[in-house]
Design a protein around this ligand. Structure first.
Ligand code: ATP
Ligand code: MG
Ligand code: MG
Length: 357
C-alpha cells in the first residue's frame, strides 16, 4: 500500500505518524539533515508531505521534493519567503500588517515616516519562534544591520488586542474544513499557550475562514494550513501563514475527534472528512526549556506529548493538552500544573485561568 513520506523528522512528523496508525496509514518521517546517500524506496503512488517550510538540499530531501506526488510542492518556497508570502496576501487583498522590502537604498527615517516609531524587521527566510527579528526604534536611533538589506522585510508594529490563529484544511476536491479559532499567548516571540474553542471568538470565525479559504483556493492547496492573526478590535490582520500542521493546532489532539495531524493525512490520502465538531475547552501549554516531570501525568485531564529532544533554554521540548468537561476543571488542572512549573510559567498559566474564569 501507498506510504506517506514526511520531509523532516521532528515532533510534527512524529505526531503525524502517530495519527496515521489507527487508520493504518504508513507515515514515514525522513531525517533530511542526514548526509545519507540511501535510495528511499519511493513508489509512484506514494504521497510526499513536509513538516517544515524550508529544508537544505540533501540526497534525501531531493528524492522527496522531486517526487511527482510531492503535495503543495511550489507553495513551500513561496510561503517560506516573507517577501513572496506578504506579496501573496496583498495580491489576494487579505489584510496584513503594512510592510515593504528592505532594499539597498531603504532609509530608517523613511520607514519611521511610513510606519511609525517602532518598525519590525523580519528576515525573509529561516525565522521561527521570534528568531530573525530586529526592532527599529526611532527614539533609540537603531539602524538597519547591513546584512539585513535585501534579506528582510520591514513591518509596521501592530498594537494588537490579542493573537489568534485558524487551522484548516483543503481537500483535493476544493472543500475547506476548519477548527474554531485558537487564542494564542506568546512570550519573547515564542508560543507559550493556546486555548480553543472560546465562545467570545466565534463572531470572528466566519471572517477568518473566508480569509484562509481565499488563500488555500488561490494556491490550489491540499492539506492543513495555519493562519496566525492579530486581532485589532473586530478586524483580523494576517501575521503569517504556515503550510503545515502548526503548534497552535495541537489542542485538536484532545479537543476534536479528528486532530489536525489526522485531518492533514485524510486530505492527502483523499479520505472522507466529516464535519469537525470540537466542543470542550482545551488549554494547550508548550513545554519550553523545562525538564521532563512525571508529576504532570498526575494532573486530571492532562495529556503529555514529550518530544524526546535535548532540553535547552527556549527550546520546545513537549506540550500538554489540558482537557476537561468544563472551564472550572481546566482551571483546577492549571492550578495543579502551576505547582510543578518554574517561574516563567506562572504568568502564562494565570493568563489562561483568567481567560477561562
Ligand atoms: P513562528 O514560530 O510563529 O513561526 P516567527 O519567528 O516566524 O514565529 P512571527 O510569527 O512573525 O515570527 O512573529 C513572532 C511574534 O512576534 C508574533 O507572534 C507577535 O507576538 C510578534 N510580532 C510579529 N510581528 C509583529 C508586528 N508587526 N507587530 C507587533 N508584534 C509582532
Ligand atoms: Mg513563522
Ligand atoms: Mg508566528
Amino acid at each position: 500500500t501507498a506510504k506517506i513520506w514526511v520531509l523532516g523528522d521532528g515532533q510534527l512528523g512524529a505526531m503525524m505518524r502517530h495519527a496515521g496508525m489507527p487508520l493504518a496509514l504508513d507515515v514515514r518521517p525522513v531525517d533530511i539533515m542526514s548526509p545519507s546517500e540511501e535510495k528511499l524506496p519511493l513508489a509512484a503512488d506514494d504521497i510526499i508531505t513536509a513538516e517544515r517550510e524550508q529544508w537544505p538540499e540533501s540526497c534525501l530531501s531531493r528524492q522527496l521534493s522531486e517526487h511527482p506526488n510531492f503535495i503543495n510542492g511550489p507553495v513551500f518556497g513561496r510561503l517560506a519567503d516573507r517577501y513572496t508570502q506578504k506579496s501573496l496576501l496583498d495580491d489576494l487583498a487579505v489584510a496584513t500588517a503594512p510592510w515593504e522590502l528592505v532594499e539597498d537604498q531603504t532609509e530608517e527615517a523613511e520607514l519611521h515616516n511610513a510606519y511609525g516609531e517602532r518598525v519590525l524587521l523580519k528576515r525573509r527566510t529561516g525565522g521561527y519562534d521570534g528568531k530573525g527579528q530586529h526592532w527599529l526604534k526611532q527614539a533609540e536611533n537603531i539602524s538597519i544591520p547591513a546584512d539585513w538589506r535585501n534579506q528582510a522585510i520591514a513591518e509596521q508594529a501592530i498594537n494588537f488586542d490579542e493573537e489568534v490563529s485558524l487551522v484548516g484544511a483543503r481537500s483535493a476536491d476544493g472543500k475547506c474544513h476548519f477548527y474554531p479559532l485558537a487564542l494564542n499567548l506568546h512570550q519573547d516571540g515564542i508560543l507559550m499557550a493556546s486555548i480553543s474553542p472560546l465562545t467570545r471568538l466565534s463572531p470572528l470565525q466566519a471572517k477568518a475562514e473566508a480569509m484562509l479559504s481565499r488563500i488555500m483556493d488561490a494556491l490550489n492547496y491540499v492539506g492543513v494550513m495555519a493562519m496566525e492573526c492579530f486581532r485589532v478590535g473586530d478586524t483580523l490582520l494576517v501575521n503569517e501563514l504556515a503550510p503545515r500542521v502548526h503548534n497552535s493546532g495541537h489542542w485538536t489532539q484532545a479537543g476534536c475527534h479528528i486532530s489536525q495531524f489526522e485531518l492533514h493525512l485524510r486530505a492527502l490520502a483523499k479520505l472522507p472528512i466529516p464535519e469537525l465538531k470540537p466542543a470542550l475547552p482545551i488549554a494547550m501549554v508548550n513545554l519550553i526549556g523545562v525538564d521532563h516531570d512525571s508529576n504532570w501525568l498526575s494532573i486530571p485531564g492532562a495529556e503529555l506529548y514529550w518530544y524526546n529532544k535535548e532540553v535547552r533554554p527556549g527550546r520546545k521540548v513537549g506540550h500538554l493538552n489540558l482537557d476537561a468537561s468544563d472551564n472550572a476543571e481546566v482551571i483546577d488542572a492549571l492550578l495543579a500544573l502551576q505547582t510543578w512549573m518554574p517561574e516563567q510559567y506562572q504568568a502564562p498559566l494565570s493568563w489562561i485561568m483568567n481567560e477561562l474564569q
